[in-house]
Design a binder for this molecule. Structure first.
Ligand code: SAM
Length: 327
């Protein structure tokens, strides 16, 4: 029945686009906070912890002079982290027009912004676009290859369909040099599904977040359904209110292998904290960021609800196969 199939395909494409727009509009509408507003946020310590995790990933895998691709860069919250790592070039892309505008302002030196600082020492290109739809190898042909690609708290937005999940990986793979690194942080599907199964209903959460699955997943038997398009709504107080999609990690890893990636590691945020808080330089970084107090290896300054929200996330590092050119 080609006609019906065509319609179904069309409908799927339309709703996928509508959801991508919903996500973009949500992030576009989020305005910049003042320093005072930020410090008063109910998830301020979680935000600081997530910044620490991103900083650790960047410090572990970036070398001076690297060319960096920041997929879903948002308002450019990681620009300073990349500057500290002394990168040579930066390309940032995000689907949210408002976020890219803020990112440009931040890069160009914003007099109103609390982080008054010297200019960034690397040249940058900032673009607005859908990283999971566009062929970035064409758009960025003159900027590639990149040494490192980062996709922080955003890759799960590509798992609405297989085509988008594949486009995301194909884009990163095509733009990284052999041996290049892909780092990211995203929701930990194992934790989310485990928590859902512990509940009677289709939702769970605490004072800072909630997760609600659509009724179509009422049987909670995700193994029998397609690994793509498993949608839930995520609410994180003072941060997110969006449709999101489960990324079953074993499927992600397999798909990544198809695009020439090998897994270096994948760690839940709790495990990540315990592992890297064994290293004095990262304890010191944690102290400076003020996320966990005086270097304790626990959640001392995060509220228990924030610490539970941290458990919803994981970090991954993938390496593009092949040997780097000797220069
Ligand atoms: N990476 C930034 C950070 O860590 O601060 C922003 C993270 S924010 C939680 C998620 C970002 O993903 C938003 O800026 C959003 O606009 C972006 N995003 C979602 N879907 C996207 C897409 N299809 N293409 C590009 N960016 C996307």
């Amino acid at each position: 029945r080609p006609h019906t199939q065509g319609d179904a395909q069309f409908l799927e494409d339309e709703s996928t686009k509508i959801f991508a727009r919903k996500v973009a509009d949500h992030y576009s509408a989020r305005s910049n906070q003042t320093l005072e507003e930020r410090e008063a946020s109910p998830i301020i310590h979680l935000k600081k912890l997530n910044n620490w995790i991103k900083s650790v990933l960047i410090q572990l895998y970036t070398r001076r002079g690297d060319a960096v691709l920041d997929l879903a860069c948002g308002k450019g919250g990681d620009l300073i982290k990349w500057d500290k790592a002394k990168i040579g070039y930066y390309v940032g892309i995000d689907i949210a027009e408002g976020s890219i505008k803020d990112c440009r302002t931040r890069y160009n030196g914003d007099a109103d912004h609390h982080q008054r600082r010297k200019k960034f020492s690397f040249p940058a290109r900032l673009l607005c676009g859908d990283c999971y739809e566009i062929r970035l190898d064409k758009v960025l042909a003159d900027d590639a290859p990149f040494d490192i690609c980062s996709c922080q708290f955003a890759l799960h937005y590509s798992w609405s369909t297989e085509a988008r999940a594949r486009r995301a990986l194909a884009n990163v793979s095509a733009l990284l040099r052999p041996g290049g690194i892909f780092i990211g942080t995203m929701p930990d599907a194992n934790v989310i599904i485990k928590k859902l199964r512990q509940e009677e209903g289709m939702a769970f959460g605490n004072s800072v977040y909630w997760v609600r699955f659509d009724e179509e997943f009422a049987n909670k038997k995700f193994k029998s359904s397609s690994p793509f398009g498993i949608k839930y709504t995520f609410h994180l107080e003072d941060a997110v209110d969006c449709p999101e999609w489960i990324v079953p990690f074993h499927v992600f890893q397999k798909l990544a292998e198809e695009y020439d990636f090998e897994l270096v590691f994948a760690k839940n945020s709790h495990e990540f904290v315990h592992e890297y808080m064994k290293k004095p330089e990262f304890v010191e970084l944690m102290r400076r960021l003020g996320a966990l107090g005086d270097g304790n290896q626990d959640q001392s300054t995060l509220s228990p609800d924030e610490w539970e929200a941290a458990y919803l996330y994981m970090s991954f590092v993938l390496r593009k196969r092949g040997q780097p050119d000797k220069t």
